[in-house]
Design a protein around this ligand. Structure first.
Ligand code: ADP
Ligand code: MG
Length: 620
């Protein structure tokens, strides 16, 4: 048998290697920006067209390349950054594999222009799919410009695999922000389709964070500084009350390189324990500096995961420093000029002397007096007011309709959300004929009888379904009812969040939102859908942003559908909410008036049935 193994031609090998390094336009952005930083640029410009599908160009004012280097830079394993394997453990540059340019040139049209400071003229090279098409001498400023066009032109499968422009642009912005955050001393600008997306002047770290995430961010930041033998930490965490539904504001940089580390993320999360709600994520922008010898960056093609020699120690130091900072911030405002004025004593209170707290006792109160009516004050403020279990049990047997209904109502008026409640076995209600038609069980399920047995409805999912169909109807027939706000509501978001909301603006309007302004970092709302409480608007929009981000929608995603799902999730009654009889009945009727009553918008069962047979079997 003849020998059959052959070495792959270079351009094929490059194409294969490219698959690892270049997954999408954002990967190209990352590699080019990192090269510019390694070239000691002081200003870097990123130009993107059609979310990188048509053009990605990075222009820097760095040291540039000689004609020979320019040609060599496109060869695989051609790098100026390391010479030997030992160098891998003392890295001070972003790149070191010498793979990026070769990979990019294998799957795109690339035009490079570069000039050394000391030279009069520069070099221009054009490459298409690893083929050098032209090399010329050009007049060009000091530094390097690399334009990447028609990405994946020779791999249609990869091109088709790309997501919608919105999604790809989101990834590009993510990479841009990561690099820009790690280097506040470099000027960065970004243009997309001829409009300027970011313009970040040279600044300190705090200003860089604020320039990227919006001016409102400033008041959210708590500084974290720590220096030990093995680790130096500097940066910020977000105050607990600003914790977000999304994980978009979580950044670790190790020696100025953005990295992902679930383990270290956990350290931060545990430092925030007890300070933020379940399901919320703390913001952090933390720079860790360690000895390059103690980390291995060469474990992942995109270099975003690294291996630490002593992860456990880093975890402990990180957790302790963040806790310490949060503690300081809680007890006394941090002594810096950016401190939060809100923490100061209001001026009008400064001169006032504190009065001693007094305890007020209702001396007339007799807990054993049966017909005792709680005084108005107690009814509102007391946390010890309980629905009397005795009366409840009585009513379970006696079934005095009017009394029962009355009680449910008056109780719901004084009920506090956090108040533990002594529930009767069932919250039971009567229909007009005095027959029991629905029960609420555990403040979670509505139980209703049907001819063939029993229906157990999950109140949260059922309500989601009802709201979802209602929202879809309103958005499609465009006739939502809006409630005018007395005072316009101003909400701050980062410019990327605003861009995201902008895509959904029309749909939001169809649900009843009225926007007076839609600016760079702020929106002004003058009307909201009827069922949306004003106090929740901000949470609802945040949830929406988070849902859109997490969905990573593909090109055929429907903004309307996503919006309806997200809003119905935010607005639906939750488990734990007690419902009046009328509410229960309304819920059941509305659910069965839906087109698809049996599943929630996310395809989970809204109810189950238990037939008489099912019961009979249990009693055999
Ligand atoms: P790596 O960054 O891993 O060395 P690349 O393929 O990204 O590999 O780049 C190859 C080489 O080309 C780099 O080592 C560097 O010498 C040179 N180079 C790339 N981009 C630039 C740039 N913007 N300015 C100056 N030199 C560059
Ligand atoms: Mg590189």
């Amino acid at each position: 048998m003849p020998d059959i193994i052959q070495l792959l031609p270079d351009h094929v090998a490059n194409q294969i290697a490219a698959g690892e390094v270049v997954q999408r336009p954002a990967s190209v952005v990352k590699e080019l920006l990192e090269n510019a930083i390694d070239a000691d640029a002081t200003a870097i410009k990123l130009i993107v067209k059609d979310a990188g599908k048509t053009l990605i160009q990075v222009i820097d004012d760095g040291k540039g390349m000689s004609a020979t280097d320019a040609r060599l830079s496109f060869e695989r394993h051609a790098t100026s950054k390391i010479r030997s394997a030992e160098d891998l453990f003392g890295l001070h540059t972003k790149g070191f594999r010498g793979e990026a340019l070769a990979s990019i040139a294998a799957i795109a049209h690339v035009e490079l222009k570069t000039k050394l400071e000391t030279e009069e003229l520069g070099t221009q090279i054009e490459i298409e799919g690893s083929d050098v098409k032209a090399q010329d001498v050009v007049v060009t400023p000091k530094g390097t410009s690399i334009a990447v066009k028609h990405l994946f032109f020779n791999i249609p499968a990869r091109r088709n695999f790309l997501k919608s422009n919105n999604v790809e642009l989101r990834h590009i912005i993510d990479e841009f922000q990561r690099v820009a955050l790690a280097h506040p001393d470099i000027v960065f600008t970004m243009h997309h389709n001829d409009s300027e997306t970011f313009n970040l002047p040279k600044s300190n770290y705090r200003q860089r964070v604020v320039n990227i995430f919006g001016s409102k961010t400033n008041e959210k930041l708590v500084p974290v500084e720590e220096e030990t033998e093995v680790l130096k930490i500097s940066g910020f965490v977000g105050k607990p009350e600003f914790a977000r539904k999304t994980k978009t504001e979580q950044f670790f940089f190790v020696n100025n390189r953005f990295i992902k580390s679930p383990y270290l993320n956990h350290a931060i999360k545990s430092a925030f324990e007890g300070l933020i709600k379940e399901g919320s994520h703390p913001s952090y922008f933390l720079n860790l500096t360690v000895d390059p010898k103690t980390i291995d960056i060469n474990i992942h093609p995109t270099k975003t995961e690294i291996k630490f020699d002593d992860e456990h120690t880093l975890y402990a130091i990180l957790r302790a420093s963040v806790k310490h900072s949060l503690g300081q911030f809680n007890i006394a405002p941090v002594l810096d000029f950016n401190r939060d004025n809100n923490l100061d004593t209001p001026y009008s209170y400064k001169e006032k002397t504190a009065s001693n707290p007094t305890v007020e006792v209702d001396r007339a109160f007799n807990p054993f007096q049966n017909d005792h009516k709680p005084s108005e004050k107690r009814a509102v403020t007391s946390t010890s007011y309980r629905k009397s279990p005795t009366t409840d049990w009585e009513s379970l047997y006696v079934g005095l309709e009017s009394k029962a209904n009355q009680k449910v109502q008056s109780f719901s008026e004084v009920q506090l959300e956090s108040e533990p409640e002594q529930e009767a076995l069932f919250n039971h209600n009567k229909d007009a004929q005095g027959l029991q038609s629905t029960y609420q069980f555990q403040n979670k399920y509505i139980i209703s009888t049907i001819k063939s047995g029993m229906l157990i409805i999950n109140q949260n999912r059922a309500h989601q379904r009802i709201l979802y169909e209602g929202l879809l109807k309103h958005t499609t027939i465009k006739e939502a009812i809006s409630q005018q706000l007395l005072f316009p509501l101003q909400l701050q978001f980062s410019s990327t969040d605003i861009a995201l909301l902008n895509q959904l603006k029309e749909d939001l309007e169809h649900t009843g939102f009225v926007f007076a302004k839609f600016e760079d970092e702020q929106i002004e709302i003058t009307g909201v859908p009827v069922n949306v409480p004003e106090s929740e608007v901000s949470i609802i929009l945040e949830q929406l942003i988070s849902d859109v981000e997490q969905e990573v929608p593909d090109s055929n995603f429907s903004a309307t559908d996503l919006l309806a799902k997200s809003l119905s999730k935010s607005l639906a009654v939750k488990a734990g909410q007690s419902l009046t009889f009328e509410e229960q009945e309304h819920m059941v009727n509305s659910l069965f008036a839906c087109k698809e009553p049996s599943v929630s918008p996310t395809n989970k069962a809204t109810f189950i049935t238990m037939t008489v047979d099912d019961f009979d079997k249990k009693f055999i």
